[in-house]
Design a protein around this ligand. Structure first.
Ligand code: ADP
Ligand code: MG
Length: 247
């Protein structure tokens, strides 16, 4: 049986007269990658902000790991199991890779302010950080300064920091942006390996990567879903070709 980790129903977000996200439903199951694609301005980033709690929806609902999290703040949604990467903005460049990941792990500890008093928390934080470093393939860069590693490795570090919070769902907005071919291949391999334990909702422009990675695709144009299905179904969809892929 497939386990649904995330289910958004009929989400709408209005900015004044503009429906940036218009009656969008998406779901995500464990061990799947669900990619959301669409041209600039389609509403993809707004959708991720609705799912992470960074923006409240005008209407609609979000279920995450068996809980209705509609209207919850990002902190609470993160604790419920959603890990979102915020494109480098969370990386402390003068700190080592390890310290960055450890800080991320610590930030999600229920008693973060008093963590140092609790031996069990200390062990749990270190274990989560170690595991996140292993999963993201950064073991050999652990002691490097975050500012000294390559662009691709910094993107891996963002993933490691997200993993350190112990998420079941990963919400990734353009993890391949700005990458060269070799870096992109490494990130694709990393994302595939993360399917083993997670569900991944991916916004990505690199269509080769999207069609390699995705188990399911949702195509948005002007705030609306115009098609949703398997990669083969989306490739064959005339509306999608006209609106997007044929561009
Ligand atoms: P995408 O990520 O697919 O490129 P966005 O979600 O960023 O699309 O934007 C969708 C639409 O919503 C665009 O027309 C954008 O200008 C508009 N928009 C996004 N954020 C805001 C905001 N905070 N206030 C007003 N309009 C916004
Ligand atoms: Mg965007």
């Amino acid at each position: 049986m497939s386990e649904i980790l995330l289910s958004a129903k009929n989400l709408t977000k209005r900015f004044g007269g503009l429906a940036a996200v218009n009656d969008v439903s998406v779901d995500l199951q464990r061990n799947h990658i669900h990619a959301v694609i669409g041209p600039n301005g389609a509403g993809k980033s707004t959708l991720t902000n609705l799912l992470s709690g960074d923006l409240p929806p005008t209407s609609g609902s979000v279920q995450l790991v068996g809980q209705d999290v509609t209207g919850w703040n990002p902190e609470k949604i993160s604790r419920q199991g959603l890990g979102r990467s915020y494109q480098k903005t969370n990386i402390f460049l003068p700190f080592t890779v390890w310290d960055n990941v450890r800080l991320a792990a610590q930030s999600r500890q229920p008693h973060a302010a008093r963590w140092f008093r609790r031996a069990n928390d200390f062990v749990a934080i270190n274990d989560r950080a170690t595991r996140a470093i292993e999963l993201s393939g950064l073991e050999n860069r652990k002691n490097a300064m975050a500012g000294a590693i390559s662009h691709g490795e910094q993107r891996q570090l963002e993933i490691a920091m997200t993993l350190a919070t112990g998420p079941q769902v990963l919400l990734l907005d353009e993890p391949l942006a700005g990458m060269g071919v070799a870096e992109a291949e490494r990130m694709v391999a990393l994302l595939l390996s993360l399917k083993k334990d997670h569900g991944i909702l991916l916004v990505e422009h690199d269509m080769d990567a999207v069609f390699t990675l995705a188990d399911k695709l949702t195509v948005m144009v002007d705030g609306k879903v115009i098609a949703s299905g398997t990669p083969a179904q989306i490739r064959a969809d005339a509306d999608v070709q006209a609106a997007y892929l044929g561009e």
